[in-house]
Design a protein around this ligand. Structure first.
Ligand code: CP3
Length: 354
């Protein structure tokens, strides 16, 4: 169907043997790269960068030009959906993204729009332009936040320390959260289909705050809604066969349930040992991760050793995508990332000889 040259990640997601472990890095387009900072300055602000397809596609391919990566991820943010639903996303340096009028009650949820994604056309256009610039060298990952993770931002207004408001609502106003979740399932499903139509080759759902919940509430408010999205995607002709990766940060205790969600790959944070994870999930599913992002602040030897440890822990087998356990931080020296990527590529070859 598509003629992508470097198919390692697609192969691993589909269970096809590869010559070495494929690599991409969460938040690979970002502030640790001087060229990103330059383009961001041209755009004027983070949100203008997200909303200007020419510049968003430019920063998407910057890490591809610099490193030996096996996939690009479209430059955007998970909070574009709440913005399109009417919450008016704002961004300040040193503060990050926020909403002035977060959701307080069920009426606030009722007044949100869902289903009309016309205002997110800039993401589709950024994908089209990125596909042109990538020239079929590597696949492009599209993404969304999970319903639960988007709900946390929509209710809290920003990333907060304790998430007391949303975690209270789980217990004192579940009707409100159920209603919000339902709207988000619709919007996210449409949004991911839109990204696939525009040219995304793989879809990933970021459930960055799933780990805040107890098991029953994780299943109800996070995993089941993600499953419903997967079911919607499997029913649509553009997305029915698309590889889907779920990443719940803090989800190490729920791998068995996540592996039965219908996804093709599971993102692991660095708190779970990948060898133990593999024993739970089995080889019918792909694992992605899971180096501690702070390992990139180590010496050259330490960086290489920590990359080797993840590869050794996974061991022989073709269903591993190397990544960090969460996004790369802005203070990492890009040269250190190059050391890691090149070393993992070389070192992992021995596990792929048949
Ligand atoms: O991975 C990539 O290269 C693609 C781009 C991407 C961004 N955000 C760009 C970004 C992706 C996949 C995201 C997802 C995202 N956004 C998540 C899920 C992943 C995760 O980290 O758990 C979340 C929770 C957000 C919300 C968000 N966006 C926060 C909390 C922040 C502020 C934190 C920070 O790092 O400053 C952002 C801003 C943001 N999103 C930046 C980038 C490159 C930094 C903005 C800048 O240029 O100043």
């Amino acid at each position: 169907m598509n003629s992508i040259k470097n198919r390692r990640i697609l192969d691993v997601l589909n269970g096809i043997p590869v010559d070495k472990t494929p690599v991409w890095i969460m938040r690979q387009a970002g502030r640790y790269l001087p060229e990103y900072k330059k383009t961001r300055a041209t755009a004027g602000s983070f949100l203008d960068l997200c909303k200007t397809p020419e510049l968003a596609s430019e920063v998407t391919i910057q890490p591809i030009n610099r490193f030996d990566l096996d996939a690009a991820i479209i430059f955007s943010d998970i909070l574009t959906i709440p913005d399109a639903m009417g919450l008016d996303l704002k961004f300040e340096d040193n503060r990050g993204p926020y909403f002035d009028n977060p959701l307080d009650n069920i009426n606030d949820v009722s007044s949100l729009s869902d289903g009309n994604l016309d205002s997110l056309n800039y993401v589709a256009e950024a994908i089209v332009q990125t596909k042109n610039k990538l020239n079929n060298e590597v696949p492009l990952i599209g993404f969304s936040g999970s319903p639960w993770t988007l709900s946390t931002y929509m209710v809290e207004g920003a990333a907060t320390k304790e998430f007391r408001k949303i975690r209270s609502i789980v217990f004192n106003n579940p009707e409100m959260l159920n209603k919000l979740t339902k709207k988000l399932i619709n919007s996210i499903s449409e949004y991911l289909i839109m990204q696939a139509k525009a040219g995304a080759d793989i879809l990933m759902i970021f459930d960055s705050w799933g780990g805040l919940l107890n098991t029953d509430n994780y299943i109800h408010f996070s995993l089941n809604p993600m499953k419903e999205i997967i079911r919607n995607l499997r029913k649509n002709k553009f997305t029915k066969d698309m590889p889907i990766i779920l990443f719940t940060k803090g989800g190490g205790g729920w791998l068995d349930q996540i592996s039965k969600s219908g996804c093709n790959g599971i993102g692991l944070d660095w708190t779970t040992n990948i060898s133990k994870a593999r024993k739970i999930t089995g080889d019918n599913i792909c694992l992605q991760g899971n180096l501690d992002p702070c390992a990139l602040h180590g010496t050259e030897e330490a960086i290489k050793a920590s990359g080797e440890k993840v590869i050794d822990d996974y061991g022989f087998g073709h269903r591993h995508i190397f990544n960090l356990g969460h996004g790369i931080d802005q203070y990492v020296n890009p040269d250190n990332l190059k050391i890691l990527i090149d070393h993992v590529k070389e070192y992992s070859k021995k596990y792929h000889k048949n």
